[in-house]
Design a binder for this molecule. Structure first.
Ligand code: BJW
Length: 230
């Protein structure tokens, strides 16, 4: 059996059933907040205390005991156990830790991580579970990639896309680049491209296969079938 190389892109939709809001839905994450205020470096410089308040709220929410991985996160961890970490890479746009909690190991957090902070002067990244108090420490910022900043580990991601047999996009609306363009690169590499989402994304026409429904239902089913075919 030849084991396929699988690159999986995940977005907010995979964590929706775990109790974390998506971004662009009605009552989404940014409800009541202007995106330019909380998701750009310029917004942070204008009002760091307000931006920290926003991410402190999200960091607390993520550590709520009710926020747990769902069947879709577990299905991806199971896939990696079956096919091996060399063959399954999760590239997540999510800043939550639900893939890790489900047991996945080979993960790239291209938009950063909520439970980490970065020192603006040294670039050092450290784990962080509590509120950030700007008045106590003016040098640390959330380890989050804001609009206009370069996503993380892009070379590794492009390399994986070039060698992928499958590219599977889960729970993302296809609004945000460069992630929204990964399907084109995977198509050019000859990968089979699959969209698993609640509804068609902006990039739906680029995928060979599309399955729509809640991630907790369609993701385990899809991978069970994929593994049984191999
Ligand atoms: C379910 C479900 C269920 C619901 N089951 N599904 C003009 C044109 C093109 C590009 C640009 C442009 N102007 C600027 C840009 C670039 C910009 C960009 O893309 N802007 C667009 C808005 C146009 N991008 C950037 O600035 C990025 N950097 C960059 O490009 O650098 C240049 C560079 C690139 C590469 C190499 C070198 C240089 C940085 C982007 C940073 C994004 N950061 C954010 C916010 C973090 C802050 C925070 O956490 O508050 O990351 S934006 C936000 O969107 C967050 C997410 O990761 C990201 C993607 O959202 P996602 O995951 O798709 O969520 P939703 O809500 O949109 O969709 C959820 C989906 O789930 C929906 O489809 C639902 O239907 C579905 N769903 N329940 C399954 N149960």
């Amino acid at each position: 059996m030849t084991i396929p190389k699988i690159v999986i892109l995940t977005g907010a939709g995979i964590s929706a059933e775990s109790g974390l809001s998506t971004f662009r839905a009605q009552n989404g994450l940014w409800e009541g907040h202007n995106v330019d205020d909380v998701a750009t470096y310029e917004g942070y410089k204008r009002d760091p205390i307000a931006v920290h308040r926003f991410y402190n709220m999200l960091r607390n929410k993520l550590q709520d005991s009710n926020v747990r991985p769902n069947a879709a996160h577990y299905a991806l961890a199971e896939l990696e156990r079956k096919l091996g970490s060399d063959n399954v890479l999760i590239v997540t746009q999510n800043v939550d830790n639900l893939h890790e909690k489900a047991g996945s190991k080979n993960i790239i957090h291209m938009h950063g991580e909520l439970l980490k902070v970065r020192n603006e002067q040294t670039g050092q990244v450290i784990d962080w579970y509590n509120d950030i108090d700007y008045n106590q420490n003016k040098l640390i910022r959330p380890h989050i990639v804001w609009f206009g900043e370069i996503p993380l580990q892009m070379d590794e991601i492009y390399d994986a896309l070039l060698h992928a047999d499958y590219f599977i996009s889960i729970g993302t609306s296809g609004n945000v680049y460069p992630a929204a363009g990964f399907v084109q690169i995977a198509n050019q590499s000859g990968a089979k491209t699959v969209e698993l989402n609640l509804e068609p994304s902006l990039g739906e026409n680029s995928f060979h296969t599309k399955i729509y429904g809640p991630a907790s239902q369609i993701v385990p089913k899809f991978f069970k079938q994929l593994v049984s075919e191999k």
